[in-house]
Design a protein around this ligand. Sequence first.
Ligand code: ZN
Length: 1002
Amino acid sequence: MKQLILIMALCSAYTSFAQPTWQQRVDTKIDVTLDDKGHYLHAYEEFTYTNNSPDTLHFLYVHLWPNAYKNDHTPFERQQAVNGSSTFYYSKPADKGFIDSLQFTVDGLNAEANSSENAPDITRIELQHPLLPGKQIKVATPFRVKVPIVFSRMGHTGQAYYISQWFPKPAVYDQKGWHPISYLDQGEFFSEYGSYDVSITLPANYVVMASGNLLDEKENKWLDDLAAKPLPDAKYKFQKQYARDTFPPSATEMKTLHYHEDNIHDFAWFADKRWLVRKDTVVSPGNNQLVTTWTAFMASYTQSWKHSTDYLKETVKHYGKWVGPYQYKTIKAVLGDMHAGGGMEYPTVTIIDKSANSQLRTTIVHEAGHNWFYGMLGSNERDHAWMDEGINTFYEQKTSKELDTSHKGTSIGFDETAIYYEKVATHQDQAIDQTSANFEKLNYGLDVYYKTAGMLRWLEQYMGKEDFEKGMHDYYDTWHFHHPYPEDFRTCMQRNTSKPIGWFFDNILTTDKRIDFTILKARTNAGNTDVTVRNNTGVTAPLRIAAYQKDSMVGESAWSSPFDHTTTLTLPGTDWHTLWVDDVIPDGKSTNNEYRRNALFHHFGVKIKPIVGLNMSDKDKLFISPAVGYNQYDGIMPGLVFHDLTIPENRFRFALAPLYSIPTQSLVGTGSVGYLWYPDNVFKEIMLQADGKTFHDNNQVNNGSKNLYPGYSKVAPSLSFTFNEHDPLSPVKRTLMLKGYLINENIIDPGPDPFIIPPVLRNHQNIYGLIRYTHKNTRTYNPFDYKVEGQMGTDFAKVTAESNIRIDYNKKHKSLYIRAFVGKFFPINSDPAVYGRYELNASYSGLDDYLYDGTYLGRNAQNNIAAQQVSMQEGGFKVPVFNNADQSDSWMGTINLKTDLPITRLLPIRLFFDAGLVPNNNPSFTHSGTSTFIYDGGVEVHIIKDVVSIYIPVIMSNDFDNYLTGAYGHKNVFARSISFTMDFQNINWLKAPSKVLKMVSN
Ligand SMILES: [Zn+2]
């Protein structure tokens, strides 16, 4: 009796770990006809819905995913805008898509179906009779799909058709309730298992690759014949000849193809008249099933695709061995267009985008591998994307490693690892286990795919390869053809190891912190080594330490238990030269991973490297690069740049550029030093920085015995606070900056009479303070920013506000740019000769830059080209004027307009117009009155948008005209009114690596 009770207890324990007690079933039948002139699908669908749940259902949620492409008000388009893509928004109505002509019946009776405005791709079918547990209903509807061009997954390119997410399909109903999900580009799917019976009618010369088994003898024979044809010569000449892969006309004769498959949760099909076909077979490990591999591609891709069936075979073999047997009779890959990644998986068939050509094997292995993690293990991809993408990437990388015979260790390059380490170093990473739409675009790829794969390698090594594989087989055996959740995966892995793996599920999947360990000390102890290690970020996890003898591995390594602060582990043996945090630990800070036995500093080391590079080795890096500078007074300045700006970024950063000024025979240069904190509270980031520079800035004067070189030197410490937006998708950045300026100016004092007393250099010291609040919203449409600033010196105070908005026309890259500025000046010193230089400027040049923040070719130039450099500060006017001509000691208000033109982007031309009110108390401007209305307008030629531009005024108010006539003569007015900008003052070089990274990864 006792025994019996024990067996019963074991059984119940087992069932609580096993599959859920129920799962819904949907069996689908569709007849579809392709209209390849209008790009429509005309179809009729019938699905049998079996309610295996214990609940009575009163409605069904059904997905109408083609409606994602219907208009600008779909969740798909909203996500496109968040992710910075405006392609769909600006697309022609004729290129968009939709599903219509729906008339749902349930068991033959008309049924009401309603969608919400915000989500036209989900409908709710009301059931006239409640669907009782254990009962079935038959839902039917005709439907028509307008196939869009390829914006995401489903679409057509000419007469090539990529038909996926295309038919009305019930949402999953499970133990957690209904899962209606809108179609998204970033975020995948979740569907019920069942059988599919699909008939496709289309012109007879299309090659079709679809989910499941093709049942038509004649068509199978035709495909066999195509597959048996020799491949064309794949040499360069051939590629060129077929580069355009033109479509042959469609046959007038139509054909109908029948497909069937069981135990799948989706059905996709792809049709192209140009495809070449390859066929092969592979025996699936585990069940010895013969699997037919098919690939289809355009002739011009023969070179890269000629071995494509091999990649499918390798996938079946490796995944079959490591995870579980392939359960279907076919596996296929086709070449086409796909804009939501390099490829997309569907049951038994996968589409590979043309852009994946250079990594074709990896991409095919990945997409075909989804037949396991997605196809057979049907997890909720939308909410736990790592379960399909992350685990699949782990096996894709494992397969690639096996296939790559030339593989020589891990070479560190600028890849996903470097970008992930950069993200985590700058606190911009996100936790793995969360719903797809929550991820910042780049993080989705990094965290869900690469970080998960890296973390799983850690788990695999920790559990031991054998136990890990047993766990994975258990997961497959228990859950294939079902809907596993993370807790189910955890249960399967945990019951195959004696080690605790809660750290992986509770901490690694939920943290956005960096993994970072340091070896504190190592002491020999009776033939062993006690190694004390510290967990720098407190993410509870286990650590492996490896011992190295000179350059070769000794072979000794040891794991710690999961820990969060410090721990000591015992390594067998004492004969080692260095100890390392093992490579399998995804340690985001590599410079503290080594412990040298006989070194003075056990950790510290610096490597000197040329130019720039990555910061992913055992030592800190110092980069040295040749540099050259130029300004009118120092001439061409050769020099060097020393910096530690790298990826991943350091918290302590510096860039120093000592330069040699040949004409003045002196050392000049510029540099910045900074340190960052990431408090992750009200402030996301705090940066303490000091900038310094010293250059010459005016023409030399000879005092009889030697040349005097006027110049300046500046030191400017600052503290910037970046506010925490708490939402990784937020386009807003708010900063508060406090900055001090210590400026030393060496100015020529000509003296009352240079013949009696020679001119001398006089030293002026100025101290200023600045406070600036900036709000920047970089949303995709109509982005804007504003800033409010206060400046103060001993002789003046100034308060200014500036705002910019870009108003987008209804055409890509065409906008109206509005800038507005208001400023108020408060003289403190009573002498206008002293405070005059600080007044508000309508047009801003090097002469006005008393803070020395800008970069000017000729800081005090009033003649030649350098004098025509202006900068978009204060009034923002373009006509360069000097001698306090456009200044105000009271207030100023201006508006600056620019517009793109309806012309090609190759002509970098915009129109500009500036207008403003400037109280006129200055005799250089001839109008009298309390305030003067001034304006200028003309053509801008932009070389680097918003940084380097040339402005050619066509109109200007009399004040400008009179000034230029008076200063340069009537015939020079036009030439002297032209200006250019080189607005580099907004670049903080210490933040350059992350800016560059943002640019290259978008
Ligand atoms: Zn994938």
